[in-house]
Design a protein around this ligand. Structure first.
Ligand SMILES: [Zn+2]
Length: 381
């Protein structure tokens, strides 16, 4: 029927099949896993097969078959490609009407095309053949001429991985065990030097939970036994040396990015709801309880917060900037701070000094920043 360099694609009810061929990424030597034999005839059912991540929260929206092929004919495509489950086990992400995508570089279709290509390149360059990574197998980019149906159609072919965490987090499968599994998948990427580009909770559309894994029972699916895959590497980068000092697990207190040690994983920690309420009897917990009990008695939120501030945080200035109108004109000159000293090599007496990390500046009395761990350089401020 076919050789390894062709895929037959059938959309249910269309009455004709298309032949797809490998699409070479410009200025890039492709390296992808060859499609398995059963991927050489791809079948896409008409009902509930096509979807895209909608605008705003990027939740999956099912789209009718007849509209899917019009993707790309206008700019208003919500910036996401249409994807479909094919032959039950493959995921196809489409750029229909590729010719239209090239009509303007500021259009959503063009940006979606760029993301599809960048994702494929990242797979090819950094993920292909790397074991133990929680990522789908990528079988490359393919293109087919569909004539008057949807012009040139470009698509990526990958392993189908399941349902996104963006969808599952509003279901009973939002269990602590599953949140831990999602966090572990991102931790594995970071341990391999990969930052995914997580920005907001909608980024969880890229964390895919395999609810259809063979042998997975409902109990398993509730208990974090479903494999989790991370997809969508168009904003990812390599060479990350993860500096996290804590796991992505339920923690018993708030932690700042600096203390946690990794910006992306700290964000994920927060959005997985792993930051526990403040410890009992801490100032924060008492201030929160006071707010819950009393804030309604104030005419507005600012006055409630001002009262809370006075009660629990009185050592800090109040919100209002009070100026003594009877005072004479201020005489305090406003001057710039001295410029930071230049970077100095270790061994330079200005930087390393006695070896103490807590020396103070003779000029300002402010503590010096602790010496950086770099073996070559130290910043003296
Ligand atoms: Zn990290």
């Amino acid at each position: 029927m076919t050789d390894a360099t062709e895929l037959w694609v059938r959309f249910e009810g269309l009455g004709r099949d298309f032949v797809a061929k490998p699409w070479p990424i410009p200025n890039h030597s492709n390296s992808f896993t060859p499609p398995p034999v059963d991927a050489q005839a791809l079948y896409i059912a008409a009902k509930r097969s096509f979807a895209l991540n909608g605008a705003g929260d990027r939740r999956v929206r099912q789209i009718p078959f007849k509209y899917a092929k019009t993707w790309g004919l206008s700019d208003d495509v919500y910036g996401d490609v249409v994807f479909a489950r094919a032959s039950n086990k493959y995921c196809m992400r489409f750029v229909f009407n590729l010719e239209h995508a090239f009509k303007g570089r500021d259009t959503d279709p063009y940006k979606a095309y760029v993301r599809l290509v960048k994702d494929a390149k990242f797979h090819s360059d950094h993920l292909e053949g790397v074991e133990e990574l929680p990522v789908p197998v990528h079988y490359g980019l393919w293109a087919m001429n569909t004539g008057d149906w949807a012009g040139t159609v470009l698509f990526s072919l990958t392993q189908y991985c399941g349902i996104s965490w963006n969808e599952l987090c509003d279901t009973r499968f939002n269990t602590e065990a599953n949140r831990i599994s999602v966090g572990r998948a991102y931790e594995k990427l970071h341990d391999a030097g990969i930052v995914h580009g997580f920005t907001t909770p909608s980024s969880f559309r890229h964390a895919i939970v395999d609810m259809y894994a063979p042998g997975l029972t409902e109990k398993d699916a509730l208990n974090g036994k479903a494999p989790v895959y991370i997809v969508g590497f168009s904003d990812a980068s390599m060479s990350h040396q993860c500096g996290r000092k804590l796991p992505v697990l339920p923690l018993d207190s708030c932690t700042s990015r600096n203390v946690f040690g990794c910006v992306e994983l700290q964000k994920i920690l927060v959005f997985l709801d792993f930051i526990e309420p403040p410890l009992e009897n801490s100032i924060m917990s008492r201030a929160l309880k006071w707010y819950a009990d009393n804030s309604k008695n104030f005419p507005n939120n600012s006055e409630a917060l001002a009262a809370q501030r006075k009660l629990f945080y009185s050592k800090y200035p109040s919100l209002s900037f009070e100026i003594d109108a009877t005072a004479k004109d201020p005489q305090t000159p406003v001057t710039r701070r001295p410029s930071p000293r230049p970077i100095a090599a270790v061994g330079d007496s200005r930087a390393s000094g006695s070896g103490s990390h807590q020396r103070t500046s003779s000029a300002t009395g402010a503590p010096h920043r602790p010496r950086l761990p770099s073996p070559q350089l130290v910043v003296a401020t």
